[in-house]
Design a protein around this ligand. Sequence first.
Ligand code: KIV
Ligand code: ZN
Length: 406
Amino acid sequence: MENKKIQIFDTTLRDGEQVPGCKLNTKEKIIISKKLEDLGVDIIEAGFPTSSPGDYKSVQEICKSVSKTTIVCALSRAVEKDIEIAAQALQYANRPRIHTGIGTSNYHILYKFNSTPHKIIERAIHAVKYAKKFVEDVEFYAEDAGRTENEFLAKICENVIKYGATVINIPDTTGYCLPKEYGEKIRFLKENVKGIHKIILSTHCHNDLGLATANSLSGIINGAQQVECTINGIGERAGNTSLEEIVMIIKQNSHLNLFTKINTKLISSTSYLVSKCTGMNVQANKAIVGINAFSHSSGIHQDGVLKKRETYESINPEDVGINKSSIILTARSGRSALSYRYKKLGYFLNKNSLDLVYSIFLEYADRKKEITDIELKIILKKANINNNFLHKTNNNTTNNRRINVV
Ligand code: KIV
Ligand code: ZN
């Protein structure tokens, strides 16, 4: 069976940037978009041009600075003026895409638009037809599709396909769906919408219940061909599906017969860049990119990882651009981790010296969160190991010293 390509649609610069306090200027957006290109994303959603002159300018400058192969996308509501502005902002893009759409759930139809399902379909058709006047590639979003009845969603999809939508986005805008439910929605559309085989079906999941990645996964297992996501999972409220999670899930599970063209070795540096530019710290235990994602501090885990990395790691840190797993020294660490860290500093401790140093180490570690290299050297001094017993090893590594306890 041939592996199926999943398109990665990055919306860090649009949905990601909608986070309170996370304002990016044009220069930063260009730097990030170039990095996203190197990373290998298929589509960059560069912004929502009608929202502000600054966003308009950023979209325009991104179009000028990225390579010819990357699709640059701009968001708009199902409003003629928005669509015109999006088209203008995209004028320098080699592969422009307009992303237009409207709310389709009863909440949106009744309370946001004070409208009827029939009128919403008409507005959706009109938006797609209007966007097609400017660009060939038109993506339609059915906002709050997660809470939209499948039959109505199918009807609206069928209509926008008829008028030329090339991609249809099924957002779980409020992070409402369970993975099974979201997957069934995608399958329902695949099986019941006329013309669905002509377009790309896209997932766009929010993380209000921590299910964004699980829902996106369920979506692609059930036939979606594109995932909308952000670096570090940033986005409105609890955020969006995180790019690094969905990409690594696909990479780690070859039995899914899916692939992306992401260069995973650039994941860690891209995460760092986005965090630095946005000022949004990545939580320490965040999957794949958190500082603790490849750190081990408990004795049992450290001992296992030092014997064979795979005992406590299912992902190779090198695959995401991290050189090595880290062995963090805390009061939960054991002798093998301590010995490993001393070896890294060039000291080889025999059993007696390790026992002595370990007891002093524990006194320090009980008072501190983490023991640093400098503290390790202080501990050595405290252990009062006789210098006469400190000598270099025979293996020409000048900074390797063997320590014995007198
Ligand atoms: O979450 C959402 O519904 C969106 C759309 C505007 C695509 O971000
Ligand atoms: Zn969204």
